[in-house]
Design a protein around this ligand. Structure first.
Ligand code: GLV
Ligand code: MN
Ligand code: MN
Length: 428
């Protein structure tokens, strides 16, 4: 493995991406999880997440990285460059999971980046540029409904969200402080664009296109836009036996209508432009079988690589919420928690990835990402691109999520080839 290092002329022997070592570390990290949750759950702010980051920190240190945690709670491992004054090359991903999640989404990119450093060091060869390995804090939506906390912070976009509250009334800012971050210092971008040459993220595809095409590596063309809204419906709690059907203000029946309305409007693809819409979380109060629900709240999200689709669907959701409220005498409040536009991956970095894969003699596919990623936020600061490895059966955000050890290792090798090419080029 690591043929790219050999070809670069930096080494005379071939250092290997150690497939077994990397895979056993992925499995070890997966075991640090919330025992009462299904699958491999390690949600942001949970105690297992805190513990797991100590493990990641140790792996970074063992690999020879100088480790720091920034004010947003991002775990950063630095490898100095041989030439003074050059901007950094950043690589990484995240290590939190969704509830009932898998062992690869995010973790493959972080542990893969650490493996890359081990291979570089085994070759006795540093880069000209400093290398930054990042484990971004909290990429998945958390109990505040917000995703990509750490990558939002590095690009200066987290501060406006610090007042978001969870169901118990705690703010995101308070949760960050309790986790050891310093939210008061998040007023501006933590990373300086001038100090960054580019960001590359290795990730599992989370869909089935690579597997169906029988192709081991994917270069991401664009990351879909993701818009998330919290909708609260207030009706009136009443006796479930004595309140006639025509006299109810049922906040759950209203939410159900909105869920189906969103499903209908997301299925429309005007002019062939596709998108998806989901309600993945719903709360109901008072939550008793013999009480007409007086209050509900749901979290809706919309995704598409096309801004026009998102605009139409967002307006459609708002209209549907107004209609349901008026027809059912419910007070409806709709609040957009985040509205991320689609992001195109950097053309120069994409070319570099394509060439790196060709250099390895592997086939490749260019594809859009319908999953959200930290790379979309980092792209606000500097050139950013992504490399995908296949997901078995296209499954992700579930315990069955799986990528073969050799497939993850090949992803690391392609990432290494791209990092070496970027280091040589010094520009994109
Ligand atoms: C992250 O995995 C997302 O796409 O929500
Ligand atoms: Mn995910
Ligand atoms: Mn992810």
């Amino acid at each position: 493995m690591a043929r790219a290092l050999l070809r670069s002329g930096l080494v005379s022997e071939t250092p290997r991406v150690d497939e077994e070592r990397l895979f056993s570390q992925l499995m070890e990290l997966a075991e640090v999880r919330e025992p009462e949750q299904p699958g491999w759950t390690r949600r942001t702010f949970s105690e297992p997440y805190r513990r797991s980051r100590q493990l990641v920190r140790e792996l970074m240190e063992e690999a020879g990285l100088g480790v720091q945690v920034d004010v947003a709670g991002n775990l950063l491992g630095r490898l100095p460059g041989a030439q003074a004054g050059l901007p950094q090359i950043a690589i990484g991903s995240h290590t939190d999971t969704v509830a009932g999640g898998g062992r690869f989404d995010g973790m493959a990119g972080v542990l893969g980046a650490i493996e890359l450093v081990r291979v570089l060091r085994a070759a006795g060869q540093g880069l000209r540029h400093p290398l930054l390995v990042v484990d971004f804090l909290g990429e998945e939506p958390n109990r505040f409904g917000l995703s990509c906390l750490g990558s939002r912070a590095v690009s200066g976009a987290l501060e406006p969200h610090l007042g978001l509250r969870d169901g118990a009334g705690e703010t995101l800012g308070e949760a960050l402080s309790a986790f050891g971050a310093r939210p008061r210092e998040l007023g501006s971008a933590l990373w300086e664009p001038d100090r960054l040459l580019g960001y590359l993220e290795l990730h599992i595809e989370q869909g089935r296109r690579l597997e169906e095409a029988g192709v081991p590596l994917g270069v991401v063309t664009a990351i879909c836009g993701v818009e998330r809204a919290e909708v609260r419906l207030t009706g009136r709690a009443d006796h479930a036996g004595t309140t006639p059907m025509g006299r109810r203000r049922d906040a759950l029946a209203g939410a159900a209508e909105l869920v189906l309305g969103l499903e209908r409007l997301a299925a429309e693809a005007p002019g062939g432009v596709p998108g998806v819409g989901t309600v993945g979380r719903l709360e109901v109060l008072p939550g008793a079988s013999n009480v007409v629900p007086g209050w509900s709240r749901l979290w809706a999200e919309l995704r598409s690589p096309e801004p026009s689709w998102l605009e139409r669907a967002a307006a459609g959701l708002e209209a549907e919420a107004r209609r349901v409220g008026a027809e059912r005498e419910l007070e409806v409040e709709l609040e957009w928690i985040s509205r991320e536009a689609p992001v195109r991956c950097h053309e120069g970095l994409r070319r570099l990835l394509r060439d790196a894969i060709s250099e390895l003699g592997q086939s490749q596919l260019e594809l859009e990402s319908w999953a959200g990623h930290d790379a979309a936020l980092v792209a606000r600061l500097c050139p950013a691109a992504m490399l995908f490895v296949p997901s078995r059966g296209g499954r992700s955000h579930c315990p069955e999520e799986w990528t073969e050890p050799a497939q993850v290792a090949l992803g690391v090798e392609a990432l290494l080839a791209a990092v070496l090419a970027l280091d040589r080029a010094g520009e994109v």
